[in-house]
Every structure is written in C-alpha cells, then in structure tokens.
Write a protein that binds this ligand. Sequence first.
Ligand SMILES: Nc1nc2c(ncn2[C@@H]2O[C@H](COP(=O)(O)OP(=O)(O)OP(=O)(O)O)[C@@H](O)[C@H]2O)c(=O)[nH]1
Ligand SMILES: [Mg+2]
Length: 298
Amino acid sequence: MFKKEKKLSFTQKLFSVFKSKTTKNKEEFLEDLEDTLLNADLGARVSTEIIKEIELNIKENKLKDEEAYFKLVYDLLDTKLKSIELKPIKNKTSCYIFFGINGVGKTTSIAKIGNYYNKNNYKVIFGAGDTFRAAGAEQLKIHGDRLKIRTIAQNTGTDPGAVVYDTVFSAISKKEDLALIDTAGRMHTRKELMAQASKLDRIIENKLKLDGEYKKILVLDGNTGQNALSQVEIFNEAIKIDALVISKFDAISKFGIIIPIIEKYNIPIAFIGTGENYDDIEVFDSKKFLDKLFVKDE
Ligand SMILES: Nc1nc2c(ncn2[C@@H]2O[C@H](COP(=O)(O)OP(=O)(O)OP(=O)(O)O)[C@@H](O)[C@H]2O)c(=O)[nH]1
Ligand SMILES: [Mg+2]
C-alpha cells in the first residue's frame, strides 16, 4: 500500500523547514529552505535574497522562533509586491483595455470592475472587442444588460478595431467616465493575437482623444505557474502593460510567480478576482494577498 502523501501549503512547508533547523546543519537547512521557496515559484533572485537575509539574521542571533523566520519572509515579500489604485478622473473619459490569453478571466473581470466603478458613481460603458469567438461579444453584452451598463458590440468577425473605436468615441461624445474594453484571448496564431493587441493600442493612443487616463491591463489566472511569466513577457513586448488583474484567487493559494513578474517587469497589480459573482473583486492589497498566498490547509 502506498502511503498517501499529505499536501502541505506553502506556510506549512516553510514552518516545517524552520522547525527542522535545530536538527539539521546549516547547509542542509538552507538548501531545504531554497527548495521550498523555488517550489513556490518565487524565483531564484528573491529566494537568494531571502536566504541571505536569513543567514545574516542567524549570524546576528535575531531569529528566536519559527514565527520570526516566517515574519522575515512575509515582510520581505511584502516589500516586493506593487499595487496601483486605478481611479478614473471624474467628468473626463478614461479607457481601460483588457488583454490576456483565452480563459484567464478577462470578460468576467471587466463585468466585476464595471460594477465596481458603477457603484462608485462612474458612468461606465463596455466595448466587446472580442469579435473572434462566436460568443465573445454576447457574453459581455449579457453582463452589460444585467448591470445596466451600455455595451457596444458588433457581429463575430467584425474588425475589433472598429468596436474599440466606436466604444471610445461614443464614451467621449456622451461624456462617460470610463470605457472598459474586452479583447479576444485567442486568434489563429499568437503572432496575430499580438498584432491585434498592438493595433488596438495604436487606435486608442493615436486616433482617439481621451482627456482621462488610458490603461492597458493584463489579466492573469491566479492558478498559473511559470507560464504567467511568459504571458507577461509577450504582451508587455507588444503593448506596454500598465497594470495586472489576477483572477480566480479564490480557487488557489499559490501565485508566487507574481514576485519574479514584478521583479522583472515592475508592473503593479490593480485588482484581484475572488469568485464568480459581480462583487468578487478586490482592490489589490499586498497584506491580504500574502495572507491568502500563505494560507494554511485545514
Ligand atoms: N472562481 C473564479 N472563477 C473565475 C474568476 N474569474 C473568472 N472566472 C471563471 O473563469 C472562466 C473564464 O472566464 P472568462 O471571463 O470567460 O475568461 P476570458 O479571459 O474572457 O476568456 P476568453 O474570452 O475565452 O478568452 C469562467 O468560467 C469564469 O466564471 C474568479 O475570480 N474566480
Ligand atoms: Mg472573454
């Protein structure tokens, strides 16, 4: 019979490594710690930084128990996380356009974020820029109808550039505060997807006269590991990303990859999606995020 291996959360693993310090030599202990940090996708740079910090603190005899070790890791990661508060300027027209590969949660996040700004007395409009997939526009329109948010949509196969232009132009003409624009997550090839992202960016940047702010937002699925890093890389290369939304954070307790992403690309996080209801969206808070990242299995 195989013994069923108990799955430990990141916190439990960290604590068990810290507890084992008394029974191991220093090298063994630091190796175990490094493995735990790397397995949580925190990346080589930050893992080394944490280990150096721990070594220094051991030398100076500063760490009295596991809690103290844990706090050191927690506080160090807290300094790495970056947030951005997206606050459209009232009575001016801003545009936030959402990118991301298929299924990450773009459309759902737009619905939740639209609802959030609507509740905060912003006049919001949706633009269904996903004209590639048959149900693409329809999904956003359904949310728009439920939330009483006007949605500009056209038939499948229409040029998404036209939808984007119409949405932003209409928002400017009607003096609406915020246009939230959805985009396709899949095209025939990745190259086409990136070409489309750049094209939509150029339309908003060059052909429309926004007096508010323009932000390009990348949605990442919080269940993703290393792949999230390459998603950021390709989108950021095509169109410089201003902020991240991390979706599906209710379903997981592990998104350590965000640390190397921020280290490398310096892109802040705006929102966290925490469920499938309209209210399941939170303005990013590093402490809350870390508490969930470190969640203990029951
Ligand atoms: N639990 C949970 N599910 C979510 C969250 N955000 C999105 N989802 C679900 O993830 C799935 C994909 O979400 P969509 O919003 O359709 O993703 P998308 O990026 O627009 O997908 P494409 O249009 O196909 O590229 C849906 O079943 C959503 O209900 C979240 O924060 N928590
Ligand atoms: Mg979608």
